[in-house]
Structures are given as C-alpha cells and as structure tokens.
Design a protein around this ligand. Structure first.
Ligand code: 13P
Length: 251
C-alpha cells in the first residue's frame, strides 16, 4: 500500500525567523495521527540549513523548491543539486507551474533538472498540470501526457524509484477553487496508467501521485480518500501550522 505524502511548498514566504517559528509550531501540532503520513517541508533556499537543524530529529523531511540542472559553474543566481544535498535536502520540487509560467521553464529544462537531481540522489517532486484554457478545450489528458513523456524522457525506472508526481491543475493553484475529488481522481488514474504504459504496472502501482491546488483542511479528506490520490502538495495552507497539520491528519 502506498503511504500518503503531504508536502508544504512555502513558495517565496518566510525569512529565517519565520522558518524557525513555522517549523517549531508544526512540530508542536503534530500528534499520533500525523505520524501515519510522510511529511515534507519546502522552504526557500536561504532557510534550508535552518530548517534542517529543526527537522533532523523529527519525522519531517526537507525539500527545496527548485534547482539548476548543471552541477557547478558560471550560472549566477542558480543553486546546484550538491548544494541542496549539503543542506540536508532530500526532495526537490521541479517543474512547478509558477516556474513554467513566470520563469519560462520548458518540459526540456525540467527533464534536464530531473536527470541531474536523481544523479545526485535528490528525490524529485515532478509537477504537472493543465491551464484553465486547456481544460476548457478538452485537452487535459493530452497536456498531461506530453508533460509526463517529455519530463521523464530518457529516465529509467530505477532512476525514478523515489520520484513523486504532483498533479497541480494551474486553475486550482492559489485560487481557492480546488479540483473536485472526481476531477482529480480521473487525472491521477490517467497518470498512473500512462506510467504503467511507459514503464510497467508494478512501478506505476507504487508511484506516489500528489494532488495540489487549493488543498485546505475542509477538502483534504475527500481528495485524499480517492484511490489514486496519494498525498497533497500544499501551498497557502502550509504556511499556517494548524492548517497544515489538519491536512496531514486528514491523510
Ligand atoms: P495553493 O495550495 O496555495 O493553491 O498552492 C498549491 C501549490 O502550488 C503547491 O505547489
């Protein structure tokens, strides 16, 4: 059985003090129920070391929100996989829709990033999702299939053994309008089927597929009870310890 994985994508929120406060509060709020899910926090780069010091003796794992695909060199402003590893990071979010739209990342750049991440032992949280326009045109599955095929191009099952896929419909991110459990389930099932086709059923069956997009304590339970929804990638609600832990408990 797949374990539920709840990750908090802090986006560009919290400085060092804010990080200390939020992680301390999350640790305080966690209870016996929470321990049944895997928990990941993804603060900004500048707070990773601070965050690691606070989570290393707990069940909370650490992730980053992005990474460059080169290992070192003249890439001003970028962060390499070994830099992330050296802070204690275990996961890295790649291909988030904000990276795709605001920072013009393509399927090809994301593919290079996944390749470099896994080479360095970082576990990718690979984000995919359609825009509202694409959903209304009825091309959601086509868009998802292209993102998955291109993003995973040239990667083997063993390289991807620790990958998480996060389905985040762009129209549901930060809008307060989550996908219905049925809408999300339908896409998650499609993704699992596609991974079975590209790799094999056994790999698809153990793959964790998170849903992201306006996940809140009041919709988490129903979303997370769908057969192919194995967790959540939470934005806004992960910035409040009580809300984040309520979502973890719902899992
Ligand atoms: P919200 O939960 O704020 O909609 O953000 C989702 C998200 O983008 C997580 O990566």
């Amino acid at each position: 059985m797949r374990k539920k994985v709840i990750a908090g994508n802090w986006k560009m929120n919290n400085d060092v003090n804010g990080t200390v406060n939020l992680i301390s509060e999350i640790k305080k709020e966690l209870n016996a129920k929470s321990q049944k899910a895997d928990i990941i926090v993804c603060p900004p780069f500048t707070n990773l070391e601070t965050a690691y010091a606070l989570v290393k003796d707990s069940t909370i794992k650490l992730g980053a929100q992005n990474m460059y695909f080169e290992e070192s060199g003249a890439f001003t402003g970028e962060i390499s996989p070994s830099m992330l590893k050296s802070t204690g990071c275990e996961f890295v979010i790649l291909g988030h829709s904000e990276r795709r739209t605001i920072f013009h990342e393509t399927d090809q750049t994301i593919n290079k990033k996944i390749k470099t991440a896994v080479k360095h032992g970082l576990k990718p949280i690979f984000c995919i999702g359609e825009t509202l326009e694409e959903r209304e045109k009825g091309i959601t599955f086509k868009v998802i299939e292209t993102q998955v095929r291109n993003g995973l191009e040239g990667l083997t099952q063993s390289e991807l053994s620790d990958m998480i896929i996060a389905y985040e419909p762009v129209w549901a991110i930060g809008t307060g309008r989550n996908a219905t459990p049925q809408q999300a389930q339908e896409v998650h099932q499609f993704i699992r089927g596609l991974v079975a086709k590209l790799y094999n059923q056994g790999f698809a069956d153990q793959l964790v597929i998170q849903y992201g997009g306006s996940v809140k304590p009041d919709n988490a339970k129903e979303l997370l009870s769908q057969p192919d929804i194995d967790g959540a990638l939470v934005g806004g609600a992960c910035l409040k310890a009580d809300l984040f832990v309520k979502i973890i408990d719902a899992a």
